[in-house]
Every structure is written in C-alpha cells, then in structure tokens.
Unconditional design. Structure first.
Lengths: 262, 292
C-alpha cells in the first residue's frame, strides 16, 4: 500500500463525475458514479459480479462511451474522440483479468513490450533501455524476449502484461481483476510485485476486484459498488473496519475465513 | 511412511514424447503430395514432353503402348502428355484463384469486421447478394465481360469465391477484435491499419488457409465445368474439362480418353480437400500456441 493520500490541492490523474452507462437503453451498468484517482495512490473498486466494475474500467479507458456524466484526465475533459485517446496514451495503461487473452499469441515478448512505445514515438536505444528495465521490474530475463506467450505459465504471462503496462511509464494503471485467474501463491507474488513497483515508481492503481482480502492489502481508498452505484467510498481502513452501508457489511461478512483465523 | 518427492516438472517445456502414427497429419501430407505430384508431372511433361502434344504422332485412337502410355486421341495426339499438362493447368488456375480470392476476401473481411457500422452493413449485403446468385451464372457473365483468356478465368474465379472468404474472415475478426489484446493495443494507441495487419489478419491466418484450400477444390471443379461448356481454358491449351467434352463420344471405344482427365479432376479435388482437412487439424492443435 502506498503512503500517498489524496489531497484537495493535487489534480487527480483521472476523474469521473456523475458518470452513467446504460446498455441497450435499459441495462444500467453505471449509475451516477463519481471517482477520483490521485498520483501514487491505489483506489480499490470492490463489488460482486455484475456490479459494474468492469464497465467502470472500460469507461475510464475510453473503450466505452458514458451515457451521461463527465470524465477528466489530469484536469482536462476527455471523451471518446481521437484527441482524448491520444492524451490518454502514455498516462494510463491497463492490465486485464485473463493473461491468456491479454497477449497477442503471434507476438514475441519483445514485440509485446514494444507495442505501447511505438505510438509514443519511443524508438531505438531508449526503447531498448525501457524494455530491459520493464523486464527487470517484473523479474523476467532477456532470453524471454524471443519467446511467445504460449511458452509461459499464467503467472508469467500476467507479469508480461504488467511489464507492458509499465514500459510506457504511465501515471496510472487500471488493474481489472489482475489476480483473479491466478492461484494463491502466484497471486501473492503478483501483488507483491505491484506494491514494489508502486513504491519505486509512484504509479497510481485503480484496482478492480471482487476479493476484499486483496483490496485490504493494496488499497489506500475503497469504492464499494452495487448494481452500478458506488454505495460507499472512503479510506481503506475506515471502510473495511467500520462499514456504513449494509451491502459493504454483507460483503465483509461473506469473506471466507480459514478455521482458526482471528 | 517415506515419500519420495518427484522433481518438479517445467510445464513450459514441451514433453519429449515419441511421435505416434495418430499424431502424423496424414490428410495434410497426402493432400500436399497429390497436388505436388500432379504439379511435378505437369512441369516435366510441359518442358520435356514424352511426345509433342500438338502433333499427330500416332494413329487414331490407339490403345496404351510403350510410346503412348495412355494411348492417343481421335487425331493421334499423346493422351498422357496432354492429361499431364491439363493437370498443371488445373493446379495453376486453382492456386491463382484461391490466392486471389483469399487476398481480396481477407482484406475486405478484416476491414468490415473491424470497422463495423454502415460500411459493414453495405459490404455484407453485397456479399449476401453475390452468394445468392448461382456461381456458374456469375462466371459466365464475367467471361462475357472480361474475355476468355486464362488470366480472365482466374480473375472471374477469384471474384466468385472472394465473398465466401469475406464472410468467413469477417466472422473470425469479429471474435478476435473482442480479445483483450486488441483492446489493450487500442489503449496503447496502436493505429487502425496496424491493428488490422498485425493483430487481426495474422490471427485469422489459420482460417484463411483452410478456406483457401477449400476454394482451390471448388475452383478445380468449376474450371472443369466451364471448360466442358467451352467457357474455360481454350484450345489448344489442354484442359481436363475440355477433354471430357471432346472425348465423350469415344466413351464406348476408348474409355481411357475419359478416365484420364476425370482422374485428374478427381485427384486435384481430393488433394485440395485433404489439404483443407489437414490444415484445419494442424491449426486447431496449435491454436493454443504458435509455432515459429
């Protein structure tokens, strides 16, 4: 968990103001959601399946257009336009849930890591230096650059995805259930890696998960979502220890505990 | 109780197992062998013919002999050399038609699948319309418009089969474009032409290869039908369909004149179909990973 705390005078990297998203005219995925992510902090978004967490990440990544509301990147309004997408690249990147479908099966690791650098105009020695740095960050070796995704395990693939997200040196990484498809040991390794990288790089995370244990470990602030609505939002310790909303209480009560766990 | 711990296996490495017979892709090997064999025979008989196929070197309707392996036709020309050259024509026309249909179909299919919206709707309605018209009618009209040369025939066949390739590639691209790796490329700012050429088309290649082999098979049959009708390969260039038409009247007296070109059409069709089946199997097996 980072030590960064949001402050009124710092500009949020990304800000959603009263954002709603309605699919097919009747399915409300997001309902009047307001959320800010400040530099260096981790905001955890929790909720059950279908609560609108992934739609929130897609809207923030400009992959879905909000039905209403306003979005801001570093204080400036953004939309689905080409100009806004250009502003977003280099500032925000993402890691998705499924490491198996997140990597182009026909790209080597080198090609995958070069992907975000091309549009940023980073070539030659600088690109090479950044790739080597990203590889070292996620504890992969230079020999892995020539390999294809099929030659890696799920945990290794997710580390390649994290390296790709890091290589463009964004201010914010949106992590949509990045550890859900991994087993407990690999999950712990990936979380440790993310925390270590945050401490080194001061990168902010919007961490979307259904796992309260994970969010407890990584988040500075938490937003709890139910049926597309943010029902409770606040500092991690405050929300997890003294939940106010009945749904948050219900979520906390449903966390499975190992026998003998206090 | 004592337990012996097994050394952990590195699951990222392929297990070194002996190749079993059922692992061998018989269809692909047989299909390619048939097409390659007929091509080789055709090339040899074109550049070093057993007998000059344009000249009447033997008697009328001679039976198989040491000089004329499959006998002669009604004007004394060597049947074996002519059939071998007809096979090469069939291979060349079907490969060219399949390549043309795949190139046009893949580009249009990938574009329409990725862009969606009104361009997709317009293109797909045109494709629907073309697929609804009987293929023989389209080719006959194109032959009237374009002319009766070999390249015009290839163009007509490529045009005829490209709508089916468009449809198949579009459906593959529609699935691939929803992949997370395409969304992540878009987030990174990769432009549309790069997404089409580096992400969508390469991942449609297995489907395209299978579809191409299938088009090759159909093109062989249609070329033979057109030549039978006098609208395909024009004399004096040998063609299996044309030979079938010309020698029908000798079915009773010299059946070899019909059996030989019919075998060429049969073998080429089987060759292409086996290749398509074999490719499908090979590419399905390696779907989870990519061989370099």
């Amino acid at each position: 968990m980072s030590t960064a705390v949001s402050s009124a005078d710092s500009t949020p990297i990304i800000e959603l103001r009263n954002v709603s998203k309605v699919f097919l005219g009747s399915v409300t995925a997001l309902d009047d959601v307001s959320l800010q992510v400040f530099p260096g902090e981790t905001v955890g978004v929790v909720g059950e399946s279908g609560s609108g967490k992934t739609t929130l990440s897609k809207v923030a990544l400009l992959l879905e257009e909000p039905t209403s509301g306003e979005m801001r990147l570093l204080g400036e309004p953004i939309s689905l336009s080409k100009e806004s997408r250009n502003k977003l690249r280099g500032v925000v990147h993402a890691v998705f849930q499924d490491p198996y479908s997140s990597l182009n099966p026909r790209f080597t690791v080198r090609q995958t890591l070069l992907e975000p650098l091309g549009p940023l105009g980073i070539k030659g020695d600088e690109a090479k230096e950044r790739i080597m740095q990203a590889l070292a960050d996620v504890e992969l070796s230079e020999g892995d650059l020539r390999k294809y995704p099929a030659q890696f395990s799920g945990g290794q693939r997710q580390r390649i995805c994290i390296a790709r997200a890091l290589v463009g040196r964004p201010s914010l990484i949106i992590l949509d259930e990045p550890t859900s498809s991994l087993d407990a040991l690999v999950q712990a390794k990936v979380l440790n890696l993310l925390l270590k990288l945050q401490a080194e790089r001061n990168v902010a995370y919007l961490f979307i998960t259904h796992d309260l244990g994970v969010v407890n470990r990584v988040a500075d602030r938490i937003a709890v979502m139910q049926h597309g609505v943010v029902v409770e939002q606040g500092l991690s310790a405050q929300v997890l220890r003294n939940p106010e909303h009945p749904y948050t209480k219900q979520l906390l009560a449903s966390v499975p505990r190992v026998k003998g766990d206090s | 109780m004592n337990y012996t711990l097994k050394k952990p296996q590195d699951d990222t490495k392929k297990p070194q197992t002996k190749k079993r017979f059922q692992d061998v892709n018989v269809s692909l090997i047989a299909g390619i062998a048939i097409i390659a064999g007929l091509t080789l025979l055709g090339v040899v008989m074109t550049f070093w013919p057993l007998n000059n196929p344009s000249l009447s070197l033997g008697g009328r309707l001679e039976g198989p002999s040491a000089r004329f392996w499959l006998g002669t036709d009604d004007i004394g020309r060597d049947t074996f050399t002519r059939v071998a050259q007809a096979a090469l024509t069939g291979v060349a026309v079907s490969i060219a038609a399949a390549a043309g249909a795949c190139m046009v179909g893949a580009v249009i299919g990938a574009f329409t699948g990725y862009v969606s919206g009104w361009p997709d709707k317009v293109i797909m309605r045109v494709v629907d319309a073309l697929l609804a018209i009987p293929s023989i009618l389209i080719v006959l009209i194109l032959r009237l418009v374009l002319g009766t040369g070999v390249w015009q025939l290839v163009l007509a066949l490529a045009f005829l089969y490209s709508p089916s390739v468009v449809r198949v590639i579009r459906s593959t691209v529609l699935v691939t474009r929803r992949s997370d790796f395409v969304a992540l490329a878009e987030i990174a700012g990769v432009n549309t032409p790069s997404i089409l050429l580096k992400y969508l088309l390469p991942n449609s290649l297995p489907t395209l290869l299978v579809q191409g082999a299938s088009v090759g098979s159909n093109a062989v049959v249609l070329e033979a039908v057109l030549s039978y009708l006098g609208q395909g390969i024009q004399p004096p260039q040998p063609s299996a369909g044309r030979m079938l038409y010309e020698y029908t009247k000798f079915m009773q007296t010299s059946p070899m004149l019909l059996i030989a070109p019919a075998m060429v059409v049969f073998l080429l069709t089987v060759g292409w179909n086996l290749t398509a089946d074999g490719l499908q199997r090979a590419l399905l097996i390696t779907r989870s990973g990519v061989k370099k």
